[in-house]
Design a protein around this ligand. Structure first.
Ligand code: NAD
Length: 300
């Protein structure tokens, strides 16, 4: 058996096209473009690449991209003052502080300083609490993208056994919350789990977010399961996921590749959250059903 390949790149391109349509409608009604501010501290090359591609995608969607670059040795108070200015700026709908931050800056304090209603990354504790309690807020972009991909395969997620491997605040925990909200039966496997294999082996849905190249091989996968690989690992063989694609794709029913699976969904969902924020702030209705779920999922 060979799995259906879940084409995240194509899905994200379609989502971005729907967002661009929503942005042009928003601009006509609100008289301005949605604004996303991205703050980069220091010169980390990977972060600089991420910030550049976020800016490009933001502009391509018809939104305003505002980039702030601060030196690596910036005083924490200067960064916090910039966040306060962005919170107060009526033209800014989303604020993203690129992580990781230099070690002398308390990243949690910076995240907590962002207005939760502009926290389009969904990392603020208030948004984590909203997600956990079923209130509207902002959901972290990577897990949100994973749910969209899962829904392109499963018309109903309710009742399915889902195993999330990894428990980070950015991916694993919000992923588990989203699957729970979809009425899956959710297990979180982590570094201290006694028998990770046994848990993964009984899952209808596996989401791998660990950071260990090829950790989950085909023998871990229940035949027909859907496998979402969040991992992005740079190896000598190139970019690989946490799932061994060659063996897992022989057993799974559907699987995301790396690259071209979850990765492209993250930026698309950031744009999606920024448009949603702009709509809420200007009282312009955004049709979330039309935005999030393509009518013909097979085409995406
Ligand atoms: P993290 O390092 O914060 O968390 C890793 C998690 O894996 C931890 O919770 C840990 O408990 C768990 N873990 C470690 N060893 C384990 C083991 N042997 N068995 C089971 N669990 C184990 O990482 P993260 O930020 O959640 O990222 C995970 C992966 O996803 C990384 O490869 C990262 O690059 C990638 N990522 C991709 C995107 C994207 O856009 N596609 C976004 C964020 C992260």
């Amino acid at each position: 058996m060979s799995a259906t390949i879940i084409d995240g790149k194509a899905f994200a391109a379609n989502l971005r096209a729907r967002i661009a349509g929503g942005v042009s409608d928003f601009r006509a009604k609100a008289g301005r473009a949605p604004g996303l501010a991205v703050v980069l501290v220091g010169e980390d090359p990977a972060s600089a690449v991420y910030v550049r591609s976020k800016g490009k995608a933001t502009r391509e969607a018809g939104m305003q991209s505002i980039e702030h670059r601060l030196p690596a040795d910036v005083a924490p108070d200067v960064l916090l003052a910039l966040v306060a200015d962005l919170n107060a700026d009526p033209g800014i709908d989303g604020i993203l502080v690129q992580l990781p931050l230099p070690p002398h800056i308390d990243a949690q304090a910076v995240i907590a300083a962002i207005d939760p209603d502009k926290d389009v990354d969904g990392f603020h504790p208030i948004n984590a609490g909203r997600l956990a309690t079923g209130l509207p807020g902002f959901v972290p972009c990577t897990p949100l993208g994973c749910v969209m991909l899962l829904k392109s395969i499963h018309s109903h997620l309710a009742g399915l056994e889902a195993v999330v491997v990894g428990r980070s605040n950015i991916v694993g925990k919000p992923m588990a919350q989203l699957l729970l909200a979809e009425s899956c039966t959710v297990t979180i496997v982590h570094s201290r789990t006694r028998d990770a294999f046994a848990h993964v082996r009984q899952a209808d849905i596996v989401v791998a977010a660990v950071g260990i190249p090829g950790m989950i091989t085909g023998d871990w996968i229940k035949p027909g399961a859907t496998v979402i690989d969040v991992g992005i690992n740079r190896t000598e063989a190139g970019l690989v996921g946490d799932v061994d694609f060659a063996s897992a794709s022989q057993v799974a029913g559907a699987i995301t590749p790396v690259p071209g699976g979850v990765g492209p969904m993250t930026i698309a969902c950031l744009l999606r959250n920024t448009l949603v924020s702009a709509g809420r702030r200007e009282n312009v209705a955004i049709d979330l059903d039309a935005l999030d779920a393509p009518k013909d999922s097979a085409a995406c």
